[in-house]
Design a protein around this ligand. Sequence first.
Ligand SMILES: [Zn+2]
Length: 239
Amino acid sequence: MSQVSTWRDAAGDLLLGSCCAGCGVKGRRLCRACADTLRADPRLAWPEPAPTALRVPVIVPPYAGARYDGRLQHLIIAYKEEARHGLARPLARMLADVVASALQTVVGPGPVALVPMPSAPGAVRRRGHDSVLRLARISAGQLRRRGTDATVRPLLCQARQVADQVGLSASDRVQNLQGALRARTGGGGRVLVVVDDVITTGASAAEAVSALRRAGLSPAVVATVAATPRRWPGAGSFG
Ligand SMILES: [Zn+2]
């Protein structure tokens, strides 16, 4: 640690009582361990089984930045449920890395619109923020600074209430979400990237893709900060 950052951390601690936005350890706004965790290594992250809507009529590949477990899982939950806004920027940077990598692999350069997965209105009220929308906005800003013409298009909304997905099997999740989202048109000739914090069975991503298609749009790719490790064979490659 440099002298300056040591001084800055100590001063921050004294003046502001600052602590890590991720784990709460005193002294830095983001401790070394949390900062190391919040790095993307973007990969194709197909759930197993792969949801039909992500495969036909055209493939909409899902990309993720890291394995959703350990400290990263804790950090994403802290950001989402406890509104630890200090985590928004590093998580959004991970998402921007995933989007950039996916675009490079799948479609190449061009104007892009990030389409955030909508949160239930009740969840937004309870959490005090729309966590995915916030990530999408910061990510789009970071992509623009890197030279990509990126914007956010919140085209999706919930068409009806859905049961909590936790504890449901992959097929039950698909059933639970069928027709749950509605999309309005308005991609504006941009490559559409569905963005979310975590991909698990892919049921939510599949419903988002289906809803956009029902509105006459053609999403190109799904990008998430992290992917639940247990459902697909490539999981080991996340290390
Ligand atoms: Zn920390």
